[in-house]
Ligand binder design. Structure first.
Ligand SMILES: Cc1ncc(C[n+]2csc(CCOP(=O)(O)OP(=O)(O)O)c2C)c(N)n1
Ligand SMILES: [Mg+2]
Length: 357
């Protein structure tokens, strides 16, 4: 009689507890397509990006001359993100909140460069009466809720803004911007949970400029594909070329559609790059000059838009004229900021507490 054989272990792979793909049966946003801009829109994108770049260059100079004190973080290289996203929002209806790298966002929101520059130099005419400075600019009129120095804090506050839109039923959407470094902060995930649970109208935007001060995203993030960071909260994510204003605008359209259809939040990871140091004092030992140079040469957002404009028949002269006009706007803003008076000492006690809003 043959000896009974011991059952051999099955060679079949163990089945996952959740069948593969099951979680992905839930609705998802469509894959975004690049925005088809008219010639006028393309010109406006170009104009705004050049404005941010020249404004930031001037801010860097004024800092060097001692007109700007404290911290100052420039947005150079990231222009397409703010410009592409803000262009899709409804002014006065949608709200925006971001971190301390905020000058570019304010400019893209149509706020007067003079008032922003005067804020940088701490003058009374500044958008926050000279008391916010580079990192803490605010304009409730524009539904621009800062300008925040605590890394990641704006994400929770943004969830609150999203809640307010829903509670009031005003149809607005909040856009909460944060960095790749901020994406590792705990409060971001508490906010994700509540935002999805309550289906808040909010677009979370990670501006992945590859570095958090001197630490690269790959060194600090176990999951460096940051658009996936919302998945365990059922928040879908899209990864976007943040150096291309048309890709940014296209993804924003898709995100707005998702949120306005009542699906709750969505996450956009904007792959971008900052050309300058983290702030004004940065020895930049964590990356090579060649790395920066390569991005400038191959993916610059302004040069990219220029190519689209040239293809649309805009002449070199027209672009030069725009550049000249913007240089004038920026130098006027700097003159205004340098010549405006400083706030009165009594201002120390105003706007400290808002008793009713
Ligand atoms: C809670 C908190 N921790 C640390 C800091 C110091 N800090 C300021 S900026 C920064 C890096 C953030 O990087 P990222 O989120 O990628 O934004 P980026 O500067 O690249 O725009 C850190 C750690 C801070 N301001 N707040
Ligand atoms: Mg960063």
């Amino acid at each position: 009689m043959a000896k009974p054989t011991t059952p051999r272990p099955s060679r079949a792979k163990p089945k996952p507890a959740i069948p593969a793909g099951a979680d992905h049966n839930r609705p998802r946003p469509d894959a975004p397509v690049d925005y088809k801009a008219s010639k006028e829109e393309l010109l406006e994108f170009y104009r705004q990006m050049v404005l941010i770049r020249r404004f930031e260059e001037k801010a860097g100079q004024l800092y060097g001359l001692g007109f700007i004190g404290g911290f100052c973080h420039l947005y150079i290289g990231q222009e397409a993100v703010a410009v592409g996203i803000q262009s899709a929002l409804e002014p006065g209806k949608d709200s925006v909140i971001t971190g301390y790298r905020d000058h570019g966002h304010m400019l893209a929101y149509g706020i007067d460069p003079k008032l922003i520059m005067a804020e940088l130099t701490g003058r009374e005419a500044g958008i926050s009466k000279g008391k916010g400075g580079s990192m803490h600019m605010f304009s409730v009129d524009h539904k621009f809720y800062g300008g925040h120095g605590i890394v990641g804090a704006q994400v929770s506050l943004g969830a609150g803004l999203g809640f307010a839109h829903k509670y009031r039923g005003d149809g607005g959407v909040c856009v909460a911007y944060f960095g790749d470094g901020a994406a590792n902060q705990g409060q971001v995930y508490e906010s994700f949970n509540m935002a999805e649970l309550w289906k808040l109208p909010i677009i979370f935007v990670i501006e992945n400029n590859q570095y958090a001060m001197g630490t690269s995203v790959n060194r600090s993030s176990a999951e460096d594909q940051l658009y996936r960071r919302g998945e365990s909260f059922r928040i879908p994510g899209l990864q976007v070329n943040g150096m291309d204003v048309l890709a940014v605008r296209g993804a924003t359209e898709e995100a707005l559609k998702w949120v306005k259809d009542g699906n709750g939040p969505i996450l956009l990871e904007m792959k971008t790059y900052r050309y300058r140091g983290h702030s004004m004092s940065d020895p930049a030992k964590y990356r090579s000059r060649e790395e920066v140079q390569e991005v400038r040469e191959k993916s610059d957002p302004i040069e990219g838009a220029k190519k689209h404009l040239e293809a649309a028949g805009i002449s070199e002269e027209e672009l030069k004229k725009i550049d000249q006009d913007i240089r004038k706007i920026v130098s006027d803003a700097a003159d205004f900021a340098e010549s405006s008076p400083e706030p009165d000492l009594d201002e120390l006690y105003t706007d400290v507490l808002v008793e009713q809003y």
